[in-house]
Design a protein around this ligand. Sequence first.
Ligand code: 13P
Ligand code: 13P
Ligand code: MG
Ligand code: MG
Length: 373
Amino acid sequence: MVKTTVSIIKADIGSVAGHAVVAKPLFDIANKKLEDAKQNGIINSYYVFNAGDDLELLMTHNRGENNAEIHKLAWDTFMDGAKKAKNLKLYGAGQDLLLDAFSGNVKGLGPGVAEMEFQERGSDPVVIFAADKTEPSAFNYLLYRIFADPSNTAGLVIDPKMSGGFKFEVFDAYENRSVILETPSELYSLLALIGATSRYMVSKVWRSSDNEIVSTSSTTKLSLIAGSYVGKDDPVCIVRGQSGFPSVGEIIAPFQHTYLVSGWMRGSHWGPFMPVGLKDSICTVFDGPPRIVALGIQVSNGKIASDDDGNPLIVDFFKDVAFDGARKEAIEMSQFLRRMGEFEPARLGPEAMEYTTLPNVLNQLEPRFKKHE
Ligand code: 13P
Ligand code: 13P
Ligand code: MG
Ligand code: MG
């Protein structure tokens, strides 16, 4: 049986105004490009949306992960969009297209990618997470709650198909290497790593009993590609749900509360992660607070299940009132943190600030320091 691939490829290619939101002309370009690709049989279905100023291309196809045609489609779409953004003098036009050296894969060039190939089951609910003003390790806590915390995921306790637990692949962004840890047996070791969000990020999760893939996330770290701060990585993540995987309700339940992630203004501050519906997927105060959307789809015969007119059926989970409490918490926490101004821990620690413009300021002061006797 032919397998189905879900790919989400994203980039910030320019925004209105500052770093707030993707402009309509860029959506139009992306929709047209992907519609053409669908007509030409390159992809089976697609949905274009935004996480703040990041343009998100969600596609299904049968070409597998890291496919050159799919990556070229995304790259060409971003290049066309960036050209338009430059003509309009949008802010940060072409921001995430760091290296113009496409040779079959967008990884390492700036865009973020999460892809997953699987054999469709009787029914395949999938949740797509996309965030703005933060980094891939912002999903560490989320993925721990979904796949390893029985106080979030009742299925870990109640569903025998999950009692063998899940395996996490943890990527070490500094050393470009990874390690696989099994839960629940290695839970404490897992937390020892993924609690260090400046360095480690969860890249994949499988069900231990049969090695079935259940989650995959983008792992781009733009500052490590560029060597300096050029905007945040603004990650994406795909999670499969139900029938032996965590249920969709369990997958989104961690966002009953906010938690702190690194990013926000100039990628230099801790901020509360705020779940929002697509209509609120726009970054405002202090370029944030960092936001996340969660879209539910059914993957069906190689496509996103759609209505009779071919419109994909999308559920915009976080627009629901059930997440109002988390938003209220996030707003209160934003006010609390911003009242602290540029004092740590509201501002990131010195190691993370190395990649920002702060060292230039400190260097200017260097000659004025006098040794204490
Ligand atoms: P500039 O105003 O120099 O672009 O930098 C601020 C900013 O947008 C940080 O991302
Ligand atoms: P983005 O990474 O979303 O472009 O944000 C850049 C930034 O520094 C906002 O202050
Ligand atoms: Mg931007
Ligand atoms: Mg962004």
